[in-house]
Ligand binder design. Structure first.
Ligand SMILES: Cc1cc2nc3c(=O)[nH]c(=O)nc-3n(C[C@H](O)[C@H](O)[C@H](O)COP(=O)(O)OP(=O)(O)OC[C@H]3O[C@@H](n4cnc5c(N)ncnc54)[C@H](O)[C@@H]3O)c2cc1C
Length: 425
């Protein structure tokens, strides 16, 4: 008689993969239902002519203990990202400045004992010089994919504190790209005999205590699979859209899903025949450019990456790839004072993924609104020892919008399955 327990893991991003691996190592029969024809979700690595391009997650932020241990045990090579920050002076020159120092001074003025407020209200009242206020807003919107009029300062402080514990002001690359980690996890999962169904778009999850049935579409046909428990790792954007229904509905969680914010970013990666920017491995450029204010160098000499987050990124909604490419080239032209046609001539490859239009993401990542400190915990709370929740938005220690936060949330959910179901039976 087979006494093993079975779990459905909905979503094959980093959170789903880590949950599935942990459960399978403890003898659970696991089925992963993943809508795309690939695993990794918002980790999307593309290799082209020997170079790795990260269309989604790219950096490891700081040294998060558990995640870092996994990377080291798996034998991945890790390289530190140059922590140099440049600001265009307007004459085609750049000056190097430590943005963190100025920004930290501002963040330290947030008082967690006074009522929460939006970053826009906070910075307005602070009356710092205009350029510093602009830089702080750009940072908050760009890094958090957030709208300054919606993001709460208490959430920002909580994230800063969590990041401070893991040297979050340092960033690292996985040499060879994040995709390797997904491949490594997939191999480990297959060894554990985890069933992975790709192209499975989950439509409903019907549950009663200790039993879950999911209906999903695969190749235009409806199919059903059941288990004793489910770990749901869908992106907040997908949960908000209600294209996947949990039946019976979860009222408190449903409200938290709608209250939590899901922001957008636009990231472009350009490869040129040769480098035209003055310094290789320059680190980061922070400009006032309206379209792509932030640019960074990559381990590959001839590749440069552009970034915009928050409301400015919303303007890319519905734009086709060619027009995004033109915006990117124009932005580089303004920053480096190089004519656009010349840059166009030099361009070899352009990479972009529209996360906002992607039906299996519907945005980039989450952030906390005013009075939102409890939301990740509510989102991650299990239901009746049967439904468990993971994913970056559920990161209880405020590592929202990160790979390591998502990874650790998957482990947390798996351990909840293991402990709650043991206790409950
Ligand atoms: C452009 C961009 C850049 C980023 N850069 C960084 C970075 O440098 N460093 C960092 O740490 N983080 C970064 N992030 C954030 C990071 O990518 C995410 O926090 C993390 O990958 C989320 O993992 P997850 O498992 O929670 O969600 P996901 O990876 O989104 O996984 C959820 C899975 O659910 C699947 N799914 C959706 N709907 C259904 C359905 N109906 N049925 C079945 N499956 C479904 C999706 O296809 C997906 O595979 C970035 C994100 C973006 C978008």
């Amino acid at each position: 008689m087979d006494l093993s327990r079975s779990a459905l893991v909905v979503g094959g991003g980093i959170a789903g993969l880590s949950a599935a691996l942990e459960l399978s190592k403890h003898g659970w029969v696991v089925t992963i239902l993943e809508a795309r024809r690939r695993l990794g979700g918002r980790i999307l690595s593309r290799k082209s002519r020997g170079v790795d391009f990260e269309l989604g997650a790219e950096f490891i932020h700081g040294k998060p203990k558990i995640f870092w241990a996994l990377l080291e045990n798996a034998g991945f090579e890790i390289a530190e990202v140059p922590e140099k920050h440049w600001h265009p002076t307007g004459t085609g020159q750049m000056e190097q400045r430590d943005v963190w120092k100025d920004l930290e001074e501002i963040f330290q003025k947030i008082n967690p004992d006074t009522p929460d407020e939006t970053f826009a209200d906070f910075i307005h009242k602070l009356k710092v010089p205009g350029n510093l206020s602009r830089e702080a807003i750009d940072f908050v919107e760009g890094f958090n994919a957030a709208d300054q009029h919606k993001i709460g300062v208490h959430g920002l402080t909580a994230a800063e504190e969590a990041s401070g514990q893991i040297e979050g002001d340092r960033a690292f690359w996985l040499t060879g790209g994040y995709g390797q980690l997904i491949n490594w996890l997939e191999t480990a999962l297959r060894k554990q005999k985890v069933r992975i169904i790709q192209g499975a778009v989950v439509k409903t999850i019907e549950w009663h205590p200790h039993h879950v049935t999911s209906e999903f579409m695969l190749n235009h046909r409806s199919q059903v699979v059941s288990g004793d428990a489910a770990v749901i790792t869908l992106p907040l954007g997908v949960l908000k859209s209600e294209t996947m229904q949990i039946l019976p509905r979860l009222t408190e969680k449903g409200e938290a899903i709608q209250a939590m914010k899901f922001g957008n970013v636009a990231k472009v990666i350009l490869r040129f025949r040769s480098r035209f920017w003055p310094q290789s491995h320059f680190g980061f450029i922070h400009s006032q450019d309206d379209w792509f204010p932030v640019w960074w160098s990559s381990p590959s000499e001839d590749v440069i990456t552009g970034w915009v987050g928050g409301p400015k990124a919303e303007r890319f909604g519905g734009e086709n790839e060619l027009s995004v490419q033109t915006r990117a080239l124009e932005s580089l032209s303004r920053i480096f004072k190089e004519p656009t046609p010349g840059l166009q001539e030099l361009l070899v490859e352009f990479h972009y993924h529209d996360w906002r239009a992607d039906p299996f993401s519907l945005g980039a990542y989450s952030y906390l609104p005013v009075n939102g400190l409890k939301l990740p915990q509510i989102l991650g709370q299990p239901e009746a020892d049967t439904l468990f929740f993971a994913g970056e938005a559920t990161s209880a220690d405020y590592q929202l919008g990160t790979v390591h936060g998502a990874f650790e949330s998957g482990l947390r959910a798996a351990r909840e399955v293991l402990s709650e179901t043991v206790a409950g039976r």
